[in-house]
Write a protein that binds this ligand. Structure first.
Ligand code: DAH
Length: 349
């Protein structure tokens, strides 16, 4: 039996040599140490061994058992370590290398201007409401007191869509959409895209954006004085406290009286130059007291409510503020141009 044991040990150790693979190790473990394995069988057969020899044989079995278990543990550890080293080696992480550069974008100058404008109005208590780009004739024209054959409809050469719809030519539809839904007091600004059949040029684009604003309350509570105050405050906050502001009588179907607003020319500070055509002034927005017909169109009684409205082009206003002389630069996405506004964007965020 002793020889049998030595034979088991020799064979097992031969199979558990240094290069042994996992399957071979497992094979020895099951064959020798398993529940029906060779050593277990010998332990069972111990009953037949004479008493005197039994302790020594028992010790030998235990000795072989722990020797093989130790050998298996050593080999398994070595295999695990080798597998881990292989995996780490394949990943090739060099923690001393510099980090990967992930390019980060920034805001478009027109977006920056729009956000600044809305921020100024919000500080004066105006609420920002966005309305739709796709409109019907009533909300873009009819309710704003454009008669059916009014030449102003042609001035705003419209993109018509199937089903009597159109792309809004201005954000003034926001007045109608909001007033239809709500009752005064209202102080609202509506930013949004507008569309007109214009060729892209130095001064015009078929798509551009505007901010419409309006304030409505009980008749007598809101006057032309409030309009002048809000607009002047806005223009000085946006362009600088030193800017000149003037109101000029004008015409819009949806306001009465109507006023166009000019600021002193930013280039010559009012002295007169080529850009302001020697006038010293630049037109910046349209405004007026909301026409009684507009109030009626949304179900307000003009004897009960009164208000003012204004609208301005965001690109146009940005152009003046930034000293950019060609509107197309805003739409071409040339990074050499847009990159100049990167730090302004980072400062604003
Ligand atoms: N809707 C006008 C435009 O697109 C701008 C405008 C002028 C809006 C006067 C107003 C306003 O609310 O009162 O040119």
């Amino acid at each position: 039996m002793r020889e049998q044991l030595e034979e088991i040990r020799r064979r097992a150790l031969a199979e558990l040599g240094d290069g042994a693979v996992e399957a071979a190790i497992e094979n020895v473990r099951v064959r020798v140490l398993g529940r029906t394995g060779e050593l277990t069988e010998i332990m069972r057969a111990m009953r037949t061994v004479p008493n005197a020899e039994r302790p020594a044989l028992g010790r030998l079995v235990n000795e072989i058992k722990s020797e093989l278990e130790g050998r298996i543990a050593t080999l398994s550890d070595a295999l695990k370590r080798a597998a881990m080293e292989h995996a780490l080696g394949a990943a090739q992480i060099d923690v001393t290398l510099p980090g990967m550069h992930i390019p980060r974008g920034w805001l478009h100058p027109v977006t920056l201007s729009r956000e600044r404008m809305l921020e100024i109005f919000a500080a004066m208590g105006f609420e920002v409401v966005e309305t739709q780009d796709v409109e019907d004739d009533f909300h873009n024209f009819g309710a704003l007191n454009f008669p059916a054959d009014h030449p102003a409809r042609e001035m705003q050469d419209t993109f018509f869509l199937p089903g009597g719809l159109l792309l809004r030519t201005h954000t003034s539809n926001g007045q109608i959409r909001v007033m239809e839904q709500r009752r005064p007091p209202l102080a609202i600004v509506c930013p949004g895209n507008c569309y007109r059949r214009d060729e892209l040029s130095v001064r015009a684009s078929p798509m551009f954006s505007q901010i419409e604003g309006f304030m409505v309350d009980r008749a007598g509570a809101i006057t032309m004085g409030h309009l002048k105050g809000v607009i002047s405050e806005f223009l000085r906050a946006f362009f600088g406290q030193g800017i000149g502001v003037r109101f000029r009588a004008s015409f819009f179907p949806f306001t009465e009286p109507s006023a166009e607003v000019d600021i002193s020319c930013l280039l010559c500070a009012g002295a007169g130059c080529r850009v302001c055509k020697q006038s010293g002034w630049t037109e910046i927005l349209g405004s007026g007291m909301i026409h009684p017909n507009v109030l009626r169109a949304v179900g307000y009684d003009p004897a009960e409510y009164q208000g003012f409205a204004f609208g301005m082009g965001v690109e146009r206003t940005s152009l003046l503020k930034l000293g950019v002389d060609d509107l197309r630069l805003f739409f071409e996405n040339d990074l050499r141009f847009l990159g100049q506004f990167r730090s302004a964007s980072e400062a604003a965020s």
